[in-house]
Design a protein around this ligand. Structure first.
Ligand SMILES: [Zn+2]
Length: 79
């Protein structure tokens, strides 16, 4: 049986690929602030065909306000 939990390369990862066990962490290059971004925020106003990496340009750091300096990683939530 194919393991559905394997990670898709981040540049191929589309919003429609998000599952409940995926945690999306945004990290700011500027100040190092990291936060888990809720799926509802990611999906808001976007197509499920959008690549997640595309959001990096739009994301703004909640701590220092830097824009376009955020890096998104997809992690697996603990069971
Ligand atoms: Zn920051």
């Amino acid at each position: 049986m194919k393991d559905e939990r394997h990670l898709i390369p981040r540049y191929q990862f589309r919003i429609g690929d998000l599952r409940q066990w995926h945690l999306v962490e945004g990290r700011c290059f500027h100040c190092g602030h990291g936060a888990i971004i809720p799926h509802s925020v990611i999906k808001r106003g976007r197509s499920e065909h959008d690549v997640l990496a595309k959001l990096e340009d739009k994301a703004r750091c909640q701590k220092c306000g830097a824009k376009g300096q955020n890096y998104l990683t997809i992690k697996l939530a603990p069971r």
